[in-house]
Design a protein around this ligand. Sequence first.
Ligand SMILES: [Zn+2]
Length: 467
Amino acid sequence: MRPVRYLLPLLSCLLLHGQQGPFDILIAGARVIDGSGSPWYYADIGIKGDTIAAVGLLPGAAAAVRIDGRGLVASPGFIDIHSHGRRGIFTVPTAENYLREGVTTIIEGPDGSSPLPLAPFLDRVAHTPISINFATFAGQGTIRQNVVGLANRRATPEEIQKMKDLAAQAMRDGAFGLSTGLFYVPGNFTPTEEVIEIAKVVGRMGGIHISHMREEASHVLDSVRETIRIGEEGGLPTQITHHKIIGKSNWGASVESLKLVEAARARGVDVTIDQYPYTASSTGIAALFPQWALEGGQKSVVERLSAPEQRARIKTVIVQNIKFDRGAGDPKNIAIASCSFDGTLAGKNLAEITRARGVEPTIENAADTAIELQRKGGCSAVYHAIGEEDVVRILRSPYTMIASDGEIPVFGQAAPHPRSYGTFARVLGVYVREQHVLTLAHLLQFATQSGGNLLIPHRAMPRAAES
Ligand SMILES: [Zn+2]
């Protein structure tokens, strides 16, 4: 039997009734899965200009372009709630890596990091002829950096008020909600209570909270509790973004993390999850460093690495992180995606780069390599340290939606994580079609409506929608 193929990126909104034509484009006889969770039905789809004008049986309708949809599935475009699309949207405004996997809306500003103020940035997006809808969160880390800097200290009451004002202004400018990156500087220096104060402002203005959690390895359950608490006490929907369990010795913790989500939902907290379908994460090489070593930014990091005693303490933690955390026990599991100071390192793993220094690729020596890479300016890396069973378990949760955590790469440059190109295609191909982890209707419900969390506030979208 011929497998059903997918005709995905065409529809960003479905109207279930409409006009009889003539249409600019008619997709005839496709199986329509409309994202409501219901199974497919046969329908024709009539498009006028940039609008779906009719969905239904439209026999004989006139159309300038007719697409034979038989054997194909048509669905609304996917929403990618965790995108770093501002890396690339002005260079590659067609965003083909997203469009070609069916994504028609990306939401920027995750991990606590966003442009600030938002209005000029969103204006620039609106005046760029881009191919996808574009929205953004306001980043808590960016807000804190504006007010407190990169220092590891509590904020004063006056500073907290300033941060609340900035968050409110970002919401008025069109932010979708508040993102936190409590793993990254300076989010990692933020007490939970401070995040909750900011979250309350955002919640009152209709926003949601999404968190790259403080820790995703041996303390992942504490992090899940914290994310839930921010939603519960902040009075807003809260989402665990790119939920994963890092480090072999922690694999299996998703059993408990999902129970925490279930229990919170049972008492009325609107907590949801998103996930990319890979057993590797991607972030800076600095992720191997202890948090205290990153205070103050790169200049301070370099100073610490020049002080032998501090360097030794940093190395001890990096060794532990290669053994038990992002390195999953072997420097080979850490592949360099890109380094600004040396393009030839892209695609090489930490063992290879260590050997190229003329030493054995032991974990100790690889820690020295990581220190050297960071000292020269840092690199982004791909970390193979996630277990497949956790990926599948999280994917099966009825509260999980798909998100890429990708960007808009320039094709052929560096050795990026494949998630920018393949997230949604991989879920369709591997987890729906091959492994039957999800049904297509379930996937499309959560990829196009976002687990019920994302009732898209009108003010969050218009700037992008105008373009
Ligand atoms: Zn993240």
